[in-house]
Design a protein around this ligand. Structure first.
Ligand code: ATP
Ligand code: MG
Length: 251
C-alpha cells in the first residue's frame, strides 16, 4: 500500500477523455516519476491530486484518507505540497520575503490572521525563513529581488517555499521546463539532497529523461490519459510501449 493510492480515476473535458482509468500507487519515501507525451494528462492528474480538479470517477487516497472533495488548502494541510509548471513566486518581493510567506502559514491555512495577530512572532518567522534559505543553499541571496534571479534559482526558492510547509508528499510539475542545462543539473542535485535529508515522498512529472533517470525509483508512463506501464527506470529504458508513446519524441 503506497502513501498515495489513485484508483480508477477518470476526467473528461467536454468530449475529451483527459484521464481514462488511472491507477497509480506511490510508495512512501520514494521518487516516482510520471512521464508521457504532450497532452497525456499529466498536469490534469496532478490537478486532481491537489484538489484543483474533481475527477468524474475513481478515488485518491493519501495516507489512508481521501483527498477528493477537500479544498486545496485542506489537502495542503494533509501534507501535500505542489510546485506548479510555472514558478509561483512573488517577483516583486525579496527572496527572504518570499520565504517568509509559507513560514507565516499555520496548518489551518489562516496565515493572514496569524501574521496580523502575532506580529511579535515575526522574529521567529524570519529565523525560520532564513534557516530554510540556508537549507536551500540560498542564504547569500536573501536580499535579492526574486524576479531578477535565474529560472533555476526561482525554482529553487519555490521548492524551498513548499518544503517550509513540511510536506510529506511533494508534487512537481516539470520543475526543469525551459531551464538551461546547468540550472537543470542544479535542480537535480537539489532534489537528490532533499530526498536524502528528509522523510519525503516525491512525485515528479518530467519531460527531460536525464532528470527522470537521475532521480526516479519508479516510473509511470501515461499516454492519452491512461497508464501504459509502471516499472523501474532500468525496465522502462527501451521498453517498446514507451517508444510507442513517445513516437516522434525522444525517450
Ligand atoms: N481545463 C481544460 N479544459 C479542456 N481541456 C483541457 C483542460 N485541461 C487540459 N485539457 C486537455 O486535456 C488533455 C491533457 O492535458 P494535460 O495538461 O493534463 O496534459 P500534459 O500531459 O500535462 O501535457 P504537457 O506535457 O503539454 O504539459 C489535453 O488534450 C489538454 O488540451
Ligand atoms: Mg502538463
Amino acid at each position: 500500500m503506497g502513501i498515495l493510492e489513485v484508483k480508477d480515476v477518470g476526467k473528461r473535458f467536454g468530449g475529451l477523455q483527459a484521464l481514462g482509468d488511472v491507477n497509480l500507487s506511490v510508495a512512501e519515501n520514494t521518487v516516482h516519476a510520471i512521464i508521457g507525451p504532450n497532452g497525456a494528462g499529466k498536469s490534469t492528474l496532478l490537478n486532481v491530486l491537489v484538489g484543483k480538479l474533481i475527477p468524474d470517477t475513481g478515488s485518491v487516497m493519501f495516507d489512508g484518507q481521501s483527498v477528493l472533495g477537500r479544498k486545496p488548502y485542506e489537502i495542503n494541510q494533509m501534507g501535500i505540497s505542489r510546485v506548479f509548471q510555472t514558478p509561483e513566486i512573488f517577483i516583486d518581493l525579496s527572496v527572504l520575503e518570499n520565504m517568509m510567506i509559507p513560514c507565516f502559514a499555520k496548518r489551518d491555512g489562516s496565515f493572514r490572521m496569524h501574521a496580523i495577530e502575532n506580529m511579535h512572532d515575526e522574529k521567529d518567522i524570519v529565523e525560520k525563513a532564513e534557516s530554510m534559505l540556508e537549507d536551500m543553499n540560498m542564504a547569500d541571496k536573501r536580499e535579492m529581488h526574486a524576479g531578477s534571479m535565474s529560472r533555476g534559482d526561482k525554482r529553487r526558492l519555490e521548492i524551498g517555499m513548499c518544503l517550509a510547509q513540511e510536506p510529506r508528499l511533494l508534487l512537481l510539475d516539470e520543475p526543469t521546463a525551459g531551464m538551461a542545462r546547468a540550472d537543470t543539473n542544479n535542480t537535480i542535485d537539489l532534489l537528490k539532497q532533499i530526498k536524502d535529508e528528509r522523510d519525503i515522498t516525491i512525485a515528479i512529472i518530467e519531460h527531460d529523461m536525464h532528470v527522470v533517470f537521475s532521480l526516479a525509483e519508479r516510473i509511470t508512463v501515461l499516454a492519452q490519459g491512461t497508464p501504459l506501464v509502471e516499472d523501474t527506470p532500468e525496465n522502462i529504458k527501451g521498453h517498446p510501449k514507451v517508444r510507442e508513446a513517445y513516437l516522434g519524441e525522444s525517450a
